[in-house]
Design a binder for this molecule. Sequence first.
Ligand SMILES: Nc1nc2c(c(=O)[nH]1)N[C@H]1C(S)=C(S)[C@@H](COP(=O)(O)OP(=O)(O)OC[C@H]3O[C@@H](n4cnc5c(=O)[nH]c(N)nc54)[C@H](O)[C@@H]3O)O[C@H]1N2
Ligand SMILES: Nc1nc2c(c(=O)[nH]1)N[C@H]1C(S)=C(S)[C@@H](COP(=O)(O)OP(=O)(O)OC[C@H]3O[C@@H](n4cnc5c(=O)[nH]c(N)nc54)[C@H](O)[C@@H]3O)O[C@H]1N2
Ligand code: SF4
Ligand SMILES: [Mo]
Length: 739
Amino acid sequence: MIKLTRRSFIKGSAALTGITLATGKGFFHQTSPAYAEDNSRETFAYTYCDMCNQTPKCGINAVIRNGKIVRVESRENYPNAPLCAKGIASLQELYDPERLLYPVKRTRPKGDPDPGWQRISWDEAYDTIVKKLNEIKEREGPEKVLFYVGDPKEPRSAVQRLAYTFGSPNYGNESSTCFRAAALASLLVFGLVTLGSDPTPKTRTCLIWSKNPAWSGPYGHWKLHEAKERGTKFIVVDPRVTPTVSGLADIHLQLRPGTDGALALGLINVIIREGMYDREFVDRWVLGFPELKAYVQEFTPERVEKITWVPKEKIETAAKLFATEKPATWIGSASPTVHSSNAIQNHRAILALVALTGNFDVEGGVTIPTEPLPFDLFAGNPAFNRETDIFPQIRDKRVDKEYFPVWAHYINEIQMNMLPEYVEKGLLKAMVMFGGNAMMWPQTTQYQQAIARMEFSVAADYYLRPWTHNFMDMVLPAAMTYERMAPLAIFGRKIYLREPVIKPLGEARSDWRIAFELGTRLGYPEEFWHGDEEAALNELLKPLNLTVDDLRKHPEGLEIPPKGPNKFRKYELGLLRQDGEPGFPTPSGKVEIASQILAQYKFNPLPVYREPLESPLSTPELAKKFPLILNTGSRVPMYTHSKLRELPWLNQFMPEPVVRINPKDAAARGIKDGDDVILASPHGEIKLKASVTNIVLPGVIDVFHGWPQANVNMLVPRNFDPISGYPPYKEGLCEVKKT
Ligand SMILES: Nc1nc2c(c(=O)[nH]1)N[C@H]1C(S)=C(S)[C@@H](COP(=O)(O)OP(=O)(O)OC[C@H]3O[C@@H](n4cnc5c(=O)[nH]c(N)nc54)[C@H](O)[C@@H]3O)O[C@H]1N2
Ligand SMILES: Nc1nc2c(c(=O)[nH]1)N[C@H]1C(S)=C(S)[C@@H](COP(=O)(O)OP(=O)(O)OC[C@H]3O[C@@H](n4cnc5c(=O)[nH]c(N)nc54)[C@H](O)[C@@H]3O)O[C@H]1N2
Ligand code: SF4
Ligand SMILES: [Mo]
């Protein structure tokens, strides 16, 4: 544990300023009389927040008295700061009396609304899990067991290792619906993964395409404001007027949700028409330019205005700005552009735009690191995860390969969205879940039924969540961020260790420990270091010749010096391909605007636009009954997915589910702010309160996901993108009515 000496309280007020900035409201912690009289020593310990599950996370300085955390502050000299309201409220989650602190098993049959949870010991829990899993393994094969990690990203590498060591290639995670399709699109185009780059002092233009870091990742947001002050021009593509739009945008392209591909092709049309693309780069490095040029002829600004609702003048201005004020960078969406039934092709059109303007891997443009550390975003790596040795031998038994072969070609984790089909066909019989939420899937009840149909399922979680766990056999108490050792925080080439700062409450155990103890008991003690997390971290650090002890000596972070200076245009230098030849790591060695892999799997190789499967243009009859566009899940600052509703400090900001609707649409329906309304789509309906606001575009509604009493995913159809299997969360049709 890293303990620091007593410090002044000035930092506390700095943390409060942070909250005020992030939320517009301040929480003032008064020292309780009990503490005022208590003169026991106050210690400080460094850790980091995991309340929004983004990486890298914000640094926390925990103030501890008598083994209890009494305050949290922003960590000093740490790349991500200050804490937002959720970070401060993490204390309420830690000490929430409703937390699950002991393993429990159900005593009533599945399907009974009350599972009759009964406390059991860890030994009983492990014995049951091991017996069930080994039984299924012997009878039908290890691949019948699904290992799954939801939004908590920290357990990923440990659980992937567990799955493959057990012999099952069927490891999945929530990235089946999150940003992995954007990564897949990038692999198809560039042969490597880029989700965009932040502006540097050299950057003149920054295109933010459907991302709202002001709410979804506030730590990165202030860096964008610094760029704005330096004079960088911003184009923001977003159907809503978010703080990212109002604070940064010089040009706001307010499109109809789900039409991103058409907008990108419209911008390309202008750039090609005006001869503003980078000819030298295109001639030498791009595959499929003549075909794209022919295809975008039909995407004139006039036609694109009709499809996307973005005025043609704005399309012209934005195209010219992005193509001429260079270097220009692009900040890609974590998810909205791929929450579509045309996910991959829409996103590929955006990547084509970046490639044609010659902004790829130039200083100030969209860059990729010269010498990345040997870890992924979540501190795993392929060798540790057993992706390099075991997985290739078992990958044939993955359940998704027939459904989504392009996904299965590139992405090792399985596409989870067909879970009901996998279970229906008997391909999966048991599930070990770390922090998942059934409400995240479209037509949720089908997933709940699939989970219930399995022979055995167990989850590790902070709470008993009825919408997921009521369909399962057993739930294990997971330790929270303050209580656990876990992977590393990685910023560029700097690494920070995270250790427990207090003892776990009750019998909670860290996800890593649970995975390693399970691995050990399933018969692989050596592979799982007999359950010792620190030994596992040491293994992960081996490629850098480092140990946990080395990191322990550097609470300020350990910088791993690079071998040489940063390099750009790495495709010219032969630094991107394994064979050391110049070019891109795609089959052709070029940027594949016409994708050879897509052609191989009988998809259109070009980034073609297809209307959302349900939309005013594709299903006009349906749109008469459901005239509004259904836009779900855009992030709100106070909640993360289905979580945090139980924390009073956060719940006060949005106590109940709301549907945001534009004043024009509300007036046309006689709806006033705060009215009870029904939101209906062709697939279901829910009840919520109306929030009448100009944030949303007329003709579009906006509703957050994860409310058990108003689960918007019951309104979203299972119309998956055929290439990635992604759900259409950000398209579709609906209507709002007064109750
Ligand atoms: N309609 C619609 N649906 C969406 C989206 C959308 O935009 N619209 N977004 C999609 C996206 S991008 C995502 S990422 C998914 C998120 O989907 P999920 O990952 O399934 O969502 P959460 O609601 O965060 O559920 C996580 C669960 O993990 C538990 N938990 C939290 N931290 C830990 C931990 O460290 N360990 C353990 N063991 N448990 C933990 C929580 O208590 C909670 O029960 O939702 C997707 N669903
Ligand atoms: N507070 C909070 N922070 C979070 C999360 C959370 O639940 N709560 N979740 C985390 C996770 S898992 C993720 S994936 C990230 C997501 O983070 P972001 O990528 O920022 O995601 P969103 O807020 O869903 O969407 C960004 C913007 O896209 C716009 N948008 C909606 N539909 C479309 C569309 O069809 N086209 C375009 N161009 N734009 C559209 C929305 O209006 C929104 O303002 O946030 C992470 N951070
Ligand atoms: S943005 Fe807020 S919730 Fe996310 S890591 Fe930082 S403090 Fe935690
Ligand atoms: Mo996500």
